[in-house]
Design a protein around this ligand. Sequence first.
Ligand code: SAH
Length: 214
Amino acid sequence: MRDTLKHQGKRNQLAELLEGKGITSKAVLDAIRSVPRHLFMDSGFEDHAYQDKAFPIAAGQTISQPYTVAYQSELLEVSPGDKILEIGTGSGYQTAVLLKLGARVYTVERQLSLFKKTSLFFKKMGYRPKRYVFGDGYKGLPEEAPFDSIIVTAGAPMIPKPLMSQLKVGGRLVIPVGGEEQTMLLIRRTGEREFERRECGSFRFVPLLEDKKG
Ligand code: SAH
């Protein structure tokens, strides 16, 4: 698959749609305009890549809906150079959006087949997260902590404690918490032991799973 003017046109339309749905960050909308989402998906979905929908990727997982990616990215308030931990690399689309925003990205995926597939894809495309780790996101990435922000792209039954402790003071954690339907939570670490929490709407993610799987 290639990236063409036709794809670019569809991306411009998608960015407009997301703006209409309430995304205001110009940097986030620019990232949506620039990252070729169709290349992160199987070729059978190429024609649908710029609809505002989630689609299946490998290993029973999904590439998140563009609105969700834009919304979580906006909640992170990324500044260029921010050190960001992403849990649930999946297709790598959210990773690419964060890279486009100028973040230094550390990303963790627990499914080996998907991890390998996306590794090759990052290399082919020249996307360079600081680290791409096969591991269990419930544990975060202690050896690289602390982070300016942490984003979780799968539905968690509760907030994993290690993610809270791996935030810098002033840092933000964006995580969907719940069962089949989740509430998007924005947690801000306001002090060594103080956290503020805001609820930011309902979403449906695939579940954040326990333990690594080959
Ligand atoms: N941001 C991705 C979303 C993929 S879906 C995209 O847009 O493509 C969520 C991903 O989280 C899946 O790839 C799934 O395998 C991964 N995941 C689930 N539980 C995990 C865990 N405990 N640690 C790390 N990744 C996990």
